[in-house]
Design a protein around this ligand. Structure first.
Ligand code: FES
Length: 163
């Protein structure tokens, strides 16, 4: 029976192999890997480096340059708080403080229960109605402590249906 690492390596090799000949292949490869696994695992670096005939340091440099890429498994819910100027003018600093206190984590960290990962972003294109927060595919407007607590509650509450 294949272990998880072997399965992951096989998937990585197939994925990298399918994109390695495209022009500027590194970024498309990194995006596909993150789409597939939710992050770019350490195991991917030598596979990418070998396919693209570069060093793992080269691959690491590109991953580090782009904040978009994650190096560790994210929580079940990714929460991205906007820290750019327009949101700051609308109270994002105070909102951010509440978010960190509520989750008991800082940016680029995941809660102990694996539920939430917190990331900083710099503009979500929702400037007029900040403070803004992206959760999954949706951008939420006019965030404040009460709305955030409700969001956390909704994402972590499993409702029992009584018949
Ligand atoms: S500054 Fe926050 S969405 Fe643009």
């Amino acid at each position: 029976m294949e272990d998880n690492h072997t399965v992951m390596d096989t998937t990585l090799e197939q994925l990298v192999g399918s994109l390695k000949d495209t022009p500027g292949a590194l970024l498309p490869i990194l995006h596909r890997i993150q789409d597939q696994f939710g992050y770019v695992p350490d195991r991917a670096l030598p596979i990418i480096a070998k396919a693209l005939r570069c060093t793992t340091a080269d691959v690491h440099g590109v991953i580090s340059f782009y904040h978009h890429f994650r190096r560790s498994q994210p929580g079940r819910h990714l929460l991205e708080v906007c820290r750019a100027e327009a949101c700051q003018a609308r109270g994002a600093r105070e909102f951010e403080r509440h978010v960190k206190e509520r989750l008991k984590i800082g940016f680029d960290q995941t809660t102990a229960d694996g539920e939430f990962t917190l990331k900083a972003v710099y503009c979500l294109g929702n400037c007029a109605t900040g403070p803004s927060l992206r959760q999954g595919d949706r951008v939420l407007s006019r965030m404040n402590p009460e709305r955030f607590d409700k969001l956390v509650e909704d994402l972590t509450t499993y409702k029992l249906e009584l018949k």
